[in-house]
Design a protein around this ligand. Structure first.
Ligand SMILES: [Fe+2]
Length: 189
């Protein structure tokens, strides 16, 4: 079965990426992002995330404005934010060299809606750090928006190699699976 995977290059500028990365670096130093989970280890320090620590920070205005732009562009403005993770429906993760993301699916909403993640890579690893969706590698550019149902398909990121951390911002909404799969949600209009 083909997985609906939508992408749009240069959704944000490199300058915006720099601004977002600067917030992440500050957030790592201040523990606004903290240990993630990997393969049952709840203290995984090779990838830190804002997912569980929403009470420690507020996102800067640029995050809310990009979230708004994404929801408009992806045709999901009327759908509910993915709350309960991160803040304002947004999660950011920073994976250090040697870290990865184990293969998993995101949780659905309590009502059983699918999690449509609309993600932006703002800093790439020197090498590695490759997203695989149901085993298929997706090479991504900085500032490229990419969207898929993260609750319905297995995804993983290979080990980050080199000296640069990989930063991924996750936006999106809870949606009925068929609204995405059948094209009711139109991308890029
Ligand atoms: Fe995920």
């Amino acid at each position: 079965m083909d997985i609906r995977f939508e992408r749009h290059k240069n959704f944000i500028t490199h300058q915006e990426c720099d601004e977002l990365n600067a917030w992440v670096d500050k957030g790592v130093a201040n523990k606004w992002l903290d240990v993630g989970i990997s393969r049952g280890n709840h203290n995984y320090s090779k990838r830190v995330t804002s997912r569980l620590y929403a009470n420690r920070y507020e996102y800067p205005e640029i995050v809310r404005s990009i979230s708004f732009r994404i929801r408009e562009f992806c045709g999901i403005s009327s759908y509910k934010l993915i709350e309960g993770h991160g803040r304002d429906g947004v999660v950011v993760s920073c994976t250090f060299p040697g870290g990865d993301v184990y293969e998993h699916q995101d949780p659905r909403s309590k009502m059983g809606l699918s999690a449509l993640r609309c993600n932006l890579l703002t800093r790439a690893a020197d090498s590695g750090g490759v997203l695989r969706l149901n085993g298929e590698a997706k090479s991504l550019e900085i500032g490229e928006l990419h969207c898929y149902l993260a609750s319905e398909h297995l995804h993983t990121v290979s080990e980050v190699i080199g000296n640069t951390s990989r930063v991924l911002w996750m936006f999106g909404a809870y949606v009925p699976k068929e609204d995405w799969d059948d094209g009711l949600i139109k991308f890029g209009i």
